[in-house]
Design a protein around this ligand. Structure first.
Ligand code: NAD
Length: 472
């Protein structure tokens, strides 16, 4: 915090374990409301220094930071793997992507322009200034800690805000290592601060803090509701990136082999622990049985094990509560009458002792009213729902409280365009899945969130507009 590491005010710590082995590998300071007060004060003090820099100077520091992220990417990725068990082969590109987000918004730091507005008053000059919000809070989850932080942090900094970050209690290490790079890059102390700790303590204190102007949160629907309610007390700005139950729709005219690979990557990448997981696979009935056969064959070949090894396809489940939740949903799906055609329980093969592994699991015969089709599992569990017509596919796809993403596989471009209009989701992928980047807007419809990250427009979410009437 403010350029140095220090223990929490309460002097307490909590343990983080490695999901692959169950061994505790890190002790993390348990931040309190007093730590949040100090961090917010440091960020507040740094505001004038940060804004005193020319915007292009801020951009230069952010470019330097991008370089440092690239240099430290292997170490940062390894820390994330030890904390959340995702594949190193996935986390390393995520670090590269985080660096790209810094480069992209570094380039926008000196392009935030107000406007001169015609008012029909020749005696007046009327113009707008885009001013930073102030101190902003960034609260992140455990599934992709640094990449999801990078969806917010460079945008906030480019717009002139200073920040306090509260990473997930399950994955603090990479954020702490990352925060130290800001000093190396030459950022003034206090521009970027981190308080580790629990959501209900440090997180809630940050949301309630009167000097915090905006809370940007990525996490669960329930967490988002609490944040939104907490922030409403004093009308803070809020951005929420929440959960999903994304439909991945395969029509009979699709290129089937590509769709099978897309369906598997959609749900089993990161062991299903992604907000955009294509967790509901909607299959046109005419291709249903053949498609399921191919899917089960391919997914059944997945190598499960140590996420650091390049040959591993499926790693462990990140946290103990998440592991219990995934197994509980598998049991619920069986009770609801869905048919388990692959997996369906924990995995305990060689090299996984002590770890939290779940078999890639596929259910057929799912009805969209079942809990397995309505609630976010956040694990390697696929629910397959048959449909007959295009209209029925769109209706089932939209019949969900969520609206983060949707996939469509078809060779009919007119149908693809209809789908892009009809599907209620912040992102629609056609003949692809899980693509994205810093230059494209990302966010949710309905219960999947509020606001957008990425792209040129997102920077406007980090400023407030002042209108000036100047009478000569
Ligand atoms: P979570 O809601 O449990 O926690 C997220 C963060 O919020 C953590 O840092 C936690 O400590 C903090 N928190 C919890 N309660 C809080 C409170 N009352 N006040 C302040 N902070 C609080 O989520 P999680 O389990 O870490 O992450 C998984 C969820 O995140 C899934 O639902 C997933 O879909 C979602 N997610 C969404 C996106 C997206 O971009 N839409 C991306 C990744 C993950």
């Amino acid at each position: 915090m403010a350029g140095r590491r220090r223990p929490a005010n309460g002097g307490q710590y909590f343990d983080c374990d490695n999901p692959c082995t169950g061994e505790v590998w890190a002790r993390v300071a348990r931040g309190t409301a007093a730590d949040v007060d100090e961090a917010v004060a440091a960020a507040r003090e740094a505001l004038s220094t940060w804004n005193g820099l020319k915007p292009s100077e801020r951009g230069k520091l952010m470019l330097k930071m991008a370089e440092l992220i690239d240099t430290h990417a292997p170490a940062l990725a390894a820390s994330e793997v030890r904390d959340n068990g995702k594949l190193y082969a996935e986390m390393l590109p995520q670090m590269r992507s985080a660096a790209d987000w810094f480069r992209y918004y570094a380039g926008l730091a000196d392009k935030l322009e107000g406007a001169v507005i015609p008012t029909g008053r020749p005696d007046m000059l009327t113009f707008t200034r885009l001013e930073p919000l102030g101190v902003v809070a960034l609260i992140t989850p455990w599934n992709s800690p640094l990449l999801l932080l990078a969806h917010k942090l460079p945008t906030a900094l480019a717009a002139g805000n200073t920040v306090v970050i509260k990473p997930s209690e399950f994955t603090s290490a990479s954020t702490l290592e990352f925060a130290e790079l800001f000093a190396q890059a030459g950022f003034p102390h206090g521009v970027v601060n981190v308080v580790t700790g629990f959501g209900s303590e440090a997180g809630a204190a940050l949301v309630a803090h009167p000097d915090v102007a905006k809370v940007a949160f990525t996490g669960s629907e329930e967490g988002g509701r609490r944040i939104n309610q907490g922030a409403a007390a004093d009308f803070k700005h809020v951005a929420l990136e929440l959960g999903g139950k994304s439909p991945n729709i395969v029509f009979e005219d699709a290129q089937i082999d590509a769709a099978v690979v897309g369906a598997i990557a959609g749900i089993f990448a990161a062991s299903g622990q992604t907000c955009i997981a294509g967790s509901r696979l909607l299959l046109q009935r005419s291709i249903h049985d053949g498609f399921v056969g191919q899917l089960v064959d391919l997914a059944g070949q997945a190598r499960i094990g140590d996420p650091m090894l390049p040959e591993t396809h499926v790693g462990p489940i990140a946290t103990p509560p998440q592991y219990a939740k995934v197994l509980e949903y598998i049991a619920i799906a069986k009770e609801e009458g869905a048919r388990c055609v692959l997996g369906g329980g924990p995995y305990a093969g060689s090299g996984t002792s002590g770890g939290r592994f779940v078999l890639p699991t596929i259910f057929t015969g799912v009805d969209n009213r079942m809990r397995i089709a309505r609630e976010e599992v956040f694990g390697p569990v696929l629910a397959i729902i048959p449909f007959d017509s295009e209209e029925e596919a769109f209706q089932i796809a939209n019949d969900t409280p969520f609206g983060l993403a949707a996939g469509v596989w078809t060779s009919d471009m007119a149908r693809a365009l209809r789908a892009s209009e009809r599907l209620q989701a912040g992102t629609v992928w056609i003949n692809t899945y899980r693509t994205g980047g810093c230059s494209t807007p990302f966010g949710g419809y309905k219960h999947s969130g509020l606001g957008r990250e990425g792209g040129v427009e997102a920077i406007k979410e980090w400023v407030q507009t002042k209108t000036v009437w100047l009478c000569g």
